[in-house]
Design a protein around this ligand. Structure first.
Ligand code: NAI
Length: 256
């Protein structure tokens, strides 16, 4: 018996990092997993592997920042499954942009559009499929960057702070409809997103970036994507049936 037997789960940003670890775990726990991402090639390998292991998964192209793309996913889900049980709004991007007066407007718009607006769009168009089924669990991805600030990353801070409170707004909107909404605030997790951040610095500073993050984390190491996926599984499953509007930190003690 899996903890997500009979459930249909949609995971955005399923190609790499936290999303990839989560789709594998959800499928292993019995869910039918819809892996949604802009990166088809990478996800197809994961879907293939899940199927070989006896699980159910499919890839569907999704750009969370494009309304028509989200609507297209919603139409596909309605036709194929009728309703869904779990939505993990995980797709996200991050990039340094400098102090606010030098921060490129294009970058600010792009980060808000994928991280914050993307979470809104996916929720807006997929919630009706939960209302159809009479229950659901939405898991958003905030960040420690939504609670405290980072140098040169005000766009990301704004987006993630927005997601934390957007989560609470959705939680109270749908509490009586049987839909729970929570977020996960990861600390520094070893994924391609971190490569991106470390790589955007000079080479020696990139190494320093990792070491500095380990040093400030009380556990003395970066997190693994699987450690975030485990918390997503708890929030997706009926084991968290009385938990809603919560932002759960997974950060090795960083924000303690
Ligand atoms: P990642 O870069 O490995 O994964 C992000 C995924 O989102 C990729 O599969 C990418 O193809 C997808 N994606 C990007 N733009 C998209 C779009 N427009 N539409 C659909 N999919 C898109 O990064 P990671 O670390 O796994 O990030 C997952 C989430 O966790 C993000 O929301 C990120 O902000 C958040 N997070 C990550 C932390 C970390 O230290 N790695 C810390 C705090 C939050």
């Amino acid at each position: 018996m899996g903890r997500l037997d009979q459930k249909v789960a949609v995971v955005t940003g399923a190609a790499t990092g936290i999303g990839e670890a989560t789709v594998k775990l959800f499928a292993n726990e019995g869910a039918t997993v819809v892996c949604a991402d802009i990166n088809e090639e990478q996800v197809e390998d994961t879907v293939q592997k899940i199927k070989e292991d006896g699980g159910n998964a499919e890839y569907h192209y999704l750009d969370v920042s494009v309304e028509e793309s989200v609507q297209n996913l919603a139409d596909h889900l309605k036709e194929t499954y009728g309703s869904i049980d779990i939505l993990f709004n995980n797709a996200g991007i991050d990039e340094e942009g400098g102090k606010v007066h030098e921060y490129p407007v294009e970058l600010f718009d792009r980060i808000i559009s994928v991280d914050l607006r993307g979470t809104f769009l996916s929720s807006k168009y997929l919630i009706p499929l939960m209302l159809e089924g009479g229950s659901g669990s939405i898991i958003n991805t905030s960040s420690m960057s939504g609670r405290a600030a980072d140098l040169d990353r005000s766009g990301y801070n704004a987006a993630k702070g927005g997601i934390t409170n957007f989560t609470k707004a959705m939680a109270i909107d749908y509490a009586r409809e049987g839909i729970r909404v929570n977020s996960i605030a990861p600390g520094t997790i070893e994924t391609p997103l971190i490569d991106e951040l470390a790589g955007s610095k000079q080479q020696d500073q990139g190494k320093e970036f990792r070491e500095a993050n380990k040093w400030v984390t009380p556990m003395g190491r970066l997190g693994r994507p699987e450690e975030v996926a485990d918390v997503a599984l708890f929030l997706a499953s009926d084991e968290s049936s009385y938990v809603t509007g919560e932002d759960i930190t997974v950060d090795g003690g960083l924000m303690a």
